[in-house]
Design a binder for this molecule. Structure first.
Ligand code: B12
Length: 449
């Protein structure tokens, strides 16, 4: 039987937290391969609940907010370009020696499939691949995922993989199989036929799911349209089956939805109706900002009946010009309406957060303050995210064309925690800190009421 090792690399960054992070793409690939009779093994460097990690570090993982928690981490030397940035650089996840042992311990494999997420986590990807090469010389190492799709040339030059497969979906995995010479036909329908394979995990404090792929909008700062070939929705019954199995077989309490466009197309309501009828005892979370304009009374009631605990609404800016330029998907009055629906169903600042992107071109510190004040007046928590210019997006292209971002800059410099340290055209670090403090005060005040 053919055997493929799947690897989710470390995060190497100035900050990271297990905010419901699971390598969902790899778990789907595992299901596709198993369905075709290929054995799969997984080494997930970010599995906080791995038993060997516990023995290795002597630390018991602590679950905080609904199954989330701190990763084990070690300070590592900074990449040269970060030397001026006054932040420590860390490797989050398995210690190198544990990873090395796990790779060594896997029996013979025909290939290694490595995934990747944020472009600015590429140092973790290449270090991981270099350890795999040392421990499994001569075995083909193939890279895919978000970083590989957004920056394929960079990944080809720097990751050390034998081949890079940009894109998504089953056809891509088929190409990767063909490349390593495994002659197996994958089934073309995966979204409505397969369940992400969670059987690799010994323990799970939460699970993540998707109910659709892609997004029909094309916001200037977002790369979703680059990753997925159009917008596809999963049948509500199938999504309910995935969730039902996770709850029953793995006794999961917390489920986070990873969709880019959860509310678009209306299927999500059908899914929640099924879950309501079945009467689940789990808690649901929306870590990605949902399309605020698509919130309505019925959805708010479904969120209540299905026990939603984390609802992040996307606002990004209150500046109408910025709203127009970035994609016109939300206005301040949409936010007020959505919050009203949710409050009518008993939700408040404990559950509702509003994403605001500081530093969007054209967005002043005053705009961000207005957005925070709007949240305070509506009684919901503002969450400030620094801009992360994503290579290839219209916003990134504009910043490169105007000379603000040097073309060819190391992606680690575009990380939202690093970018404000060197971007002269944006808000200063002092201004950003002031805005974060202001948002924090609003949060404290709302939560103390
Ligand atoms: C879920 C998600 C998150 C989650 C966690 C993600 C995680 N596990 O790390 C949360 C909510 C925490 C998050 C946060 C953020 N995110 Co996010 N996130 C996503 C999202 C919506 C989905 C990823 C996903 O799981 N998709 C579903 C699975 C099924 O797809 P997949 O992993 O891509 O796998 C498929 C293929 O890639 C391929 N594949 C995967 N691996 C391999 C391997 C091989 C060998 C092969 C052949 C194929 C292959 O096959 C799979 C099946 O088709 C993506 C957008 C997107 N659509 O990808 C953004 C995205 C990755 N995030 C993005 C951003 C900007 C952020 C934030 C910075 C936003 C902010 N300002 O705060 C934060 C920062 C997080 C941090 N800690 O630094 C950007 C990327 C930025 C970048 N430079 O890389 C994206 C692309 C969205 C966007 N706005 O454009 N995010």
């Amino acid at each position: 039987m053919k055997r493929i090792l799947l690897v989710n690399p470390w995060i190497e960054d100035v900050a990271a937290y297990d905010y419901w992070l699971k390598p969902l793409g790899l778990l789907y690939i595992s299901a596709m391969l198993r369905n075709a009779g290929i054995e799969t093994l997984l080494v997930d460097c970010l599995d906080r609940h791995d038993r060997e990690l516990r023995q290795f570090t002597g630390k018991t993982p602590v679950d905080r907010y609904f199954g989330t928690g701190q990763f084990y981490s070690e300070v590592i030397p900074k990449p040269h370009c970060l030397l001026e940035v006054p932040r420590r650089f860390k490797r989050y996840g398995f210690p190198v020696e544990l990873f090395r042992k796990k790779i060594r311990d896997t029996l013979d494999v025909d290939a290694v499939f490595v995934t990747s997420m944020m472009t600015y986590w590429h140092y973790g990807v290449s270090e991981c691949i270099s350890v795999i090469r040392q421990e499994k010389p001569g075995i083909p190492v193939v890279l895919g995922g978000v970083y590989a799709s957004i920056m394929p040339e960079h990944a080809e030059q720097h990751s050390g993989a034998d081949a890079v497969f940009p894109g998504t979906g089953v056809r891509l995995v088929q190409q990767a199989l063909d490349y390593i010479g495994i002659n197996k036909e994958l089934e073309s329908n995966w979204l409505d036929a397969l369940e992400p394979y969670y059987g690799h995990y010994q323990e799970l404090s939460y699970a993540v799911v998707i109910t659709n792929t892609g997004c029909p909008y094309k916001c200037s700062y977002c790369a979703s349209w680059k990753l997925w070939d159009g917008f596809s929705q999963m049948q509500a019954d199938h999504a309910a089956g995935i969730i039902g199995n996770l709850l029953q077989e793995r006794l999961i309490k917390d489920i986070a939805f990873f969709d880019d466009a959860l509310l678009v197309g209306g299927r999500f309501k059908s899914l929640l109706q099924i879950l309501r009828e079945r009467g689940t005892s789990s808690r649901f979370h929306l870590p990605n900002g949902i399309h605020t304009r698509l919130m309505d009374k019925e959805l708010a009631a479904l969120f209540r009946d299905c026990n939603f605990k984390t609802i992040n609404l996307a606002l990004e800016s209150v500046n109408e010009n910025v709203q127009r330029i970035t994609g016109e998907k939300v206005s301040s009055s949409d936010l007020a309406r959505a919050v009203e629906f949710l409050k009518d169903e008993g939700f408040g600042p404990k559950e509702i957060n509003v994403y605001i992107i500081a530093d969007l071109p054209g967005q002043s510190s005053c705009d961000v303050k207005r957005a925070i004040t709007l949240c305070a007046s509506l009684g919901v928590v503002p969450k400030i995210n620094e801009l992360t210019p994503i290579p290839g997006t219209p916003l990134w292209k504009d910043l490169v064309a105007s000379g603000i971002i040097p073309d060819g800059v190391d992606p680690v410099m575009l990380n939202n925690s690093v970018f404000p340290h060197w971007w002269k055209n944006g808000l200063s670090l002092v201004e950003l800190q002031e805005l974060k403090d202001m948002a924090h005060e609003v949060k404290e005040e709302l939560l103390s009421d």
